[in-house]
Ligand binder design. Structure first.
Ligand code: BG6
Length: 479
């Protein structure tokens, strides 16, 4: 497959190279340091799976990769790779164990002080997602999560607490991880306890409205409290190609994309788009707006961040349409693309498509905060006898995507940085497995709970180190 690259990679000075993780997928220590339970602690089978009454031992996230106790060792390895930026999230229930307390939990705040200080020691900028798929369980059970408007106040209390505490340590913030995923995963993305099958569209979109208002209010607050900081939204991007050139398929692809663009449009333009008002009108959905909501939404983000793993096709033909397959949203498979071990189609050029589309639409800087390959890795003896993983497949995946980032830069797209997802192996969000590995660093832990938790550098570790050291120039030798 020709991925059509024609430029010599030229990444701008100061490009933020790094890696990304989320608290719930690597920290573990689910009941230490005064932390309350979160929605993740009762979701042992991943984002779409069933939930349990209480945490169960088979939930890999309870221990994760024990980053809570090993963050120093891990950040040292990130520094060895030359990271300029490290994206992580703050576990809301470490700071407000139930979510609706008036006072934060000092031990939780101290933990992130330690993590950010450790990053700063190596000159690594933290990029912090305020909420990444883990609402305090109490807020979910008692209030039905974001369906309830009170969540705006609780979230803003959390945001204000962390802005004030870390204002001298964190310059880059994201409000909600993959905010559009709430449409598919209302429990883990929106803390909505009502089962998805029983959830009315009216309530789902009301929850969306509350998150959008909270996000814009957090942007305003961040600008007031930390002058000079930059805050962005975070969208799950999934470009949709029409399955055929038939105009009905083109419209199907457009309407699919509108459902995702909706979130970026509100964050970047500060108002609801017309196509969404139509969607609500045609389905009898009436969003309850409080006075002042429309003004709050006008506080737009400084940059747009997004995850990109795959593209999909869309069709108007019900016989060919398929339910989601792939990263949470999913769509109809593209006959021209290969797929990963987990059936996610691989489309490096889709990243160039998304970068151009977002930039044309918003004219704001973009930040690729997730991209990577989840694969089965095998630990083998390295040439020096030290165990390693010969993950040339991961190197090829990342190289092909980064070459498309270079193409987009050449197209004139403004890109702040690239943080590869799961820079150290961690627990998967959709499948809750550790077997699905993304890292440059192998962690010896397995889905049956066995393993020493030792860390090992994979071949991709050295490859990424070289990419960063040469600011992307080494990619040109690899085409
Ligand atoms: C994104 C999430 O959906 O994709 C991450 O923001 C997640 O939390 C990542 O881990 C990869 O998905 P998965 O299911 O392979 O872990």
């Amino acid at each position: 497959m020709n991925h059509a690259t024609r430029t010599k990679p030229a990444f701008p000075e100061g490009f933020l190279w790094g890696g990304a993780v989320a608290a719930n997928q690597l920290e573990g220590a689910y009941n230490e340091g005064g932390k309350g339970l979160s929605t993740q602690d009762v979701a042992p089978r991943g984002i779409m799976g069933p939930i349990t009454e209480a945490p169960t031992a088979d939930n890999m996230k309870l221990i994760g990769i024990d980053f809570y106790h090993r963050y120093k060792e891990d950040i040292k390895l990130f520094a060895e790779m030359g990271f300029k930026v490290f994206r992580t999230s703050i576990a809301w229930a470490r700071i407000f164990p139930n979510g609706d307390e008036l006072e934060p939990n000092e031990e939780g705040l101290q933990f992130y002080d330690n993590v950010f200080d450790e990053c700063r020691k190596y000159g690594i900028e933290p990029l912090v997602t305020i909420s990444h798929y883990e609402t305090p369980l109490h807020l979910s059970k008692t209030y039905d999560g974001w369906v309830n408007r009170k969540l705006i106040d609780y979230y803003l209390r959390f945001a204000e607490t962390v802005f004030k505490r870390y204002k001298d340590k964190v310059n880059y913030w994201l409000t909600f991880n993959e905010i559009n995923s709430i449409l598919e995963a209302p429990f883990l993305s929106g803390g909505i306890y009502t089962p998805k099958e029983q959830l009315r569209k009216q309530d789902l979109y009301q929850a969306v409205h509350h998150e959008l208002v909270a996000s814009a209010a957090a942007v305003k607050l961040c600008h007031e409290l930390i002058p000079g900081a930059q805050i962005g939204c975070m969208i799950l991007s999934m470009p949709a190609y029409p399955l055929t050139p038939h105009p009905d398929d083109v419209i199907a692809a457009m309407e699919f994309e509108h459902k995702n663009y909706f979130f970026g449009d509100v964050h970047a333009r500060g108002r609801y788009p017309g196509y969404m008002k139509r969607y609500f009108r045609e389905r009898g959905i009436t969003i309850q707006m409080e006075p002042g909501d429309e003004d709050i939404l006008k506080h737009t983000v400084d940059f747009i961040s997004f995850s990109y793993y795959m593209s999909v096709c869309q069709t108007a033909d019900p016989a060919k349409a398929q339910a989601g397959r792939g990263n949470i949203i999913g769509g109809v498979p593209n006959p021209f693309l290969a797929e990963s071990d987990w059936g996610w189609q691989i489309d490096p050029q889709g990243l160039r498509v998304v970068l151009n589309a977002f930039y044309d639409r918003y004219q704001k800087p973009l930040f690729i905060v997730e991209n990577g390959l989840g694969a089965v890795d095998e630990l083998v003896a390295g040439d020096d006898g030290v165990p390693t993983v010969k993950d040339d497949y991961r190197i090829a995946y990342l190289r092909d995507h980064l070459l498309q980032v270079a193409e987009a830069l050449e197209d004139g797209v403004e890109i702040m940085g690239f943080t590869s997802w799961g820079c150290i192996d961690l627990v998967s969000a959709t499948s809750a497995q550790l077997k699905k590995r993304y890292g440059f660093i192998y962690v010896d832990r397995h889905d049956d709970g066995s393993g020493t938790l030792e860390r090992y550098r994979k071949q991709s570790f050295y490859w990424y180190k070289d990419v960063i050291a040469t600011n992307g120039a080494s990619l040109s030798e690899q085409r």
